[in-house]
Design a protein around this ligand. Structure first.
Ligand code: ZN
Length: 440
């Protein structure tokens, strides 16, 4: 019986869904102030769905709505003012028609769309977004960037009745532990660290890894000077089996969140395709940003903007720095500043279109990035003089980045997003600005 009721509820909720492929320019910076207490309950709401398609198109299928714990994001700035990401969603109050929340993100599906598999087959990936729980009925709208023009297109919307008894309550319970508390929840960046592949007797090993992660993050600017407004909590959620799957080596592990190497057949790309399981575990602590620590020493990881970051917990050589690099991706979508030799064309960064990433430019729409940090006497492109050292470098436009050799520029010769050194001055400023938004 329960299954029949669930199916009917899903059917009726789907009736109120619609797809609209008209191109629109999503409002970003001009939204009026929103009184948090007027529109929101103080808790978190989660919307789960499936993102499906191939390399050319995408569709959204509703899964479920869940009520979770306290809202950890800003109460003062409910509209993300940065036009980052490949995806965007917004919440509209049904009664007033007012946009009361908006956030941007990227997904594993977006990356999969660039793989050869996506040209040959269709797939769906579980996805999920969180937002402050509205008091009244609302409309959730999803947007994606057009692959060529990079303009936002509305893809899907759904009316949600907050009195619907099918809205679930978060039921998965795990213990949460404080690793570093810098400030109050509403005015701090709240990071949650999650374990995968740690068995029940490995709690202390996981918590030691969390402290190591925290120490690694705070050893890099601008995180060092912002530690008073960053909170790091860990959720202790053991796996039945130890370790991480390595499908390319024939090894499968029954871990809690399905983390694995060989994502999209790339050995070092360590991710999980089971994002809703990740959300279930994360819901046990107040959070805005998720980082998964996997019980392995093997080099590898991944990070996707406003989705999650992931890294190996074992500290071997460069692994600690990989944490911080992947966190640069997952926190605010910083682009990779490195070059792949001989690479001249990229679907990610089409010619003539400005990348949305704060640390890359094609000089198409440079204003608002680091243009005002460059001395007028600095030539474009900027070149590192032979024999010069870091103390001689200036902020400029150095050619190469985003995996391309030509036509795309970064602001400094080296960076955490290029060669795992310190964050460059451009990234440091961009991170500080993003923290100002998150902590307002
Ligand atoms: Zn940088």
């Amino acid at each position: 019986m329960k299954k029949i009721f669930s199916f009917l509820a899903l059917f009726f909720m789907l009736l109120s869904c619609s797809t609209n492929k008209t191109t629109i320019t999503a409002r970003t910076q001009s939204e009026p102030e929103i009184e948090y207490d007027n529109f929101f309950t103080g808790n978190t709401m989660r919307y789960d769905f499936h993102h499906a398609g191939n390399n050319l198109y995408e569709e959204y299928y509703f899964d479920r709505v869940i009520r979770e714990g306290i809202w950890a994001g800003s109460e003062a700035l409910l509209i993300n003012p940065f036009d980052y990401g490949e995806q965007m969603f917004r919440i509209i109050d049904s009664e007033s028609g007012k946009v009361i929340y908006k956030n941007n993100y990227c997904t594993l599906f977006n990356e999969w769309q660039t793989t050869p598999e996506a040209a040959a087959t269709k797939r769906s990936f579980p996805e999920s977004v969180i937002f402050p729980e509205p008091k009244g009925n609302f409309i959730i709208e999803f947007f994606a960037r057009n692959k060529k023009s990079k303009e936002w297109e509305k893809k899907y919307s759904q009316n949600v009745d907050v009195s619907d008894f099918n809205i679930q309550k978060s039921l998965v319970k795990y213990e949460a532990c404080d690793i570093h508390i810098g400030g109050d929840i509403a005015h701090s960046l709240d990071i949650v660290l999650l374990p995968d592949g740690f068995t029940a007797e490995e709690k202390e090993k996981f918590l030691a890894s969390c402290r190591m992660w925290s120490d690694a993050l705070f050893s890099y600017e601008p995180f060092t000077q912002n530690r008073h407004r960053i909170n790091i909590r860990a959720v202790w959620a053991p796996s039945l089996e130890k370790g991480i799957s390595k499908p390319g080596n024939g090894k499968w592990v029954n871990n809690l969140m399905g983390t694995r190497f060989f994502t999209f057949n790339s050995e070092r790309y360590q991710m999980t395709e089971e994002f809703q399981k990740v959300r279930d575990v994360a819901a046990n602590a107040p959070y805005e940003s998720i980082f998964i620590l996997t019980n392995t020493d093997k080099y590898g990881g991944g990070g996707i903007y406003n989705f999650y970051g992931l890294g190996s917990a074992g500290k071997t050589g460069r692994t600690g720095e990989v944490y911080v690099h992947e966190f640069g991706h997952s926190l605010m979508g910083l682009g990779d500043e490195y070059i792949e030799k001989g690479n001249t064309v990229s679907a990610l960064y089409p010619e003539g279109k400005e990348p949305w990433e704060a640390n890359l430019t094609r000089l198409v729409k440079f204003e608002g990035k680091w243009e005002n940090m460059i001395d007028k006497s600095t030539p474009t492109p900027t070149v590192v003089a032979e024999g010069s050292t870091e103390k001689d470098w200036v902020i400029g436009t150095y050619e190469g980045g985003g995996y391309l050799e030509k036509g795309i520029y970064r602001g400094w010769p080296e960076c955490m997003m290029k060669a795992l050194t310190d964050f460059c001055p451009v990234c440091q400023k961009a991170i500080s600005r993003y923290l100002d938004y998150l902590c307002k």
